[in-house]
Design a binder for this molecule. Structure first.
Ligand SMILES: N=CN[C@@H](CCC(=O)O)C(=O)O
Ligand SMILES: [Zn+2]
Length: 432
């Protein structure tokens, strides 16, 4: 057997595995009691997969005659799995800082949307932008996310609302996936809003008869890899019936159902998602008790987005009720021109303070459960042998500092590693 490896991270004060028995997700007590090794090391092979993780002394003995392309001495530091951001809209042109001012002055999200702003404003600018402009800004945003610890990120289309721009966005995401050292799960979200001048029925028809068939051709030809299908199921956007037909058609294409539901009004989106076998539903600020029970039973993950409730001053999603009912709770940044946040550490902090999650629950939600929401928890979301060697090294002796120090991740994160390669190194780290 070869004794050459890509990376050894040795002697960490804590190695947070999150889980260690091949769990696909964590719920209830499992989220409270994360697997942590005190004084541990991790070995990543040349194939980018984890070969060993365990007590530092055991690893030192087991790999005494091995050679490593790189060794990180993590004495006094913590190692965590790379963070997983389960919901973002990172491909767009034209910021909406002016709308932030309107909302601070009292306008609601739907006031702005109905007045032709919001998603419509971004659609106009994104349709006009070239692929290279979109790719350049996407790259910058992904770099910012990565520096904040994200190593797997879901990226949606949805600012085209017609075939050409939706395809342009998905191709830009595909190019990022091919060329950037970050894992991407891509989502077709052509039903993000009803285009100006069209009815819901016309928009649904266009998606079913024009956009999805062309997407199928690209997927079959191997020119696009798309993982998930999304719809914004909301009053004044896509109703339950149109949502159902679009999601079902996406599922027939082999896409995972992962959609926006019960955000501003109770729509019975959670029940619909459970019925269709959705992998995940995002937002859920207005989910009902029945919806919570249906999601728990169907093992449909709830992707909660603390930045949205915070920025729009919405009621907080009922994280505690969901956790107690056994729902698989995950987290996402919801990065988009409305909620401009690239940082999962800040998202975890908000989840703890505003949604009353514990720090362990928040970390599980931002790692193994977010990976589950993207159908990737067999390869990502925890530090276990044979999973991808994606991890963070923090310059603090306890991992909880990543959540506790609000906005402190820039100084705390010393290394971000993807498949055993250091993709970000920060020489300016500061301890406590
Ligand atoms: N709610 C719908 N979609 C996004 C917002 C997109 C936008 O405002 O541009 C969300 O998840 O928050
Ligand atoms: Zn969204």
């Amino acid at each position: 057997m070869s004794r050459d490896y890509r990376l050894l991270v040795k002697n960490a004060k804590q190695v947070v595995l999150v889980c260690s028995r091949g769990e696909k997700y964590l719920t209830q007590h499992g989220m409270q009691d994360l697997s942590v090794i005190e004084n541990g090391s991790v070995v990543i092979g040349r194939d980018g997969l984890i070969k060993a993780v365990g007590p530092a002394e055991t690893i030192a003995a087991q790999f005494a005659d091995a050679s490593f392309d790189k060794v990180i001495n993590a004495t006094g530091m913590c190692v965590l799995p790379g963070l997983v951001d389960a919901h973002t809209h990172p491909v767009w042109a034209g910021d909406r800082v002016h709308e932030f001012a309107m909302k601070l002055a009292g306008a609601s999200y739907m006031d702005v949307h109905r007045a032709g702003g919001g998603i419509h404003f971004t659609v106009e600018h994104t349709r006009a932008a070239s692929s290279s402009e979109l790719l350049a800004s996407l790259r910058d945003r992904l770099v910012r996310m990565q520096r904040a610890g994200t190593t797997l990120v879901e990226c949606k289309s949805g600012y085209g609302l017609e075939l050409q721009t939706e395809l342009k966005m998905l191709q830009v995401i595909e190019e990022a996936r091919r060329t950037l050292p970050i894992n991407i799960s891509s989502t077709y979200c052509g039903a993000h809003a009803v285009p100006r001048g069209k009815t819901v029925a016309e928009a649904t028809e266009n998606i079913l008869q024009v956009q999805l068939p062309r997407l199928r051709e690209h997927m079959e030809a191997g020119t696009l890899k798309v993982n998930n299908i999304d719809v914004f199921c909301e009053q004044g956007v896509f109703d339950l019936g149109s949502t159902r037909s679009i999601l079902k058609a996406g599922k027939d294409l082999g896409l995972n159902i992962n959609f926006h539901g019960d955000e501003l009004h109770p729509m019975n989106s959670a029940q619909l998602g459970a019925e269709l076998g959705a992998l995940a539903i995002s937002h859920l600020e207005e989910v009902t008790d029945q919806g919570i029970r249906a999601m728990a039973k169907a093992q449909t993950a709830a992707v909660l987005l603390p930045t949205t409730a915070y920025i729009l001053r919405l009621p907080q999603p009922r994280a505690r009720d969901m956790l107690e009912a056994g729902v698989i709770v995950a987290l996402g940044s919801d990065f988009n021109p409305n909620a401009y946040c690239c940082s999962m550490p800040i998202v975890m902090h908000l989840a703890c303070v505003n949604m009353r999650m514990s720090m362990s629950e928040a970390l599980a939600a931002a790692t193994i459960n977010a990976a589950y929401a993207l159908g990737c928890s067999n390869t990502h979301g925890s530090l276990e042998v044979d999973k991808h060697g994606d991890l963070l090294v923090l310059s603090s002796p306890r991992w909880e500092h990543l959540i506790y120090q609000l906005g402190g991740h820039q100084e705390l994160i010393g290394y971000v590693v993807v498949k055993g390669n250091v993709v970000y190194e920060n020489n300016q780290t500061m301890g406590l």
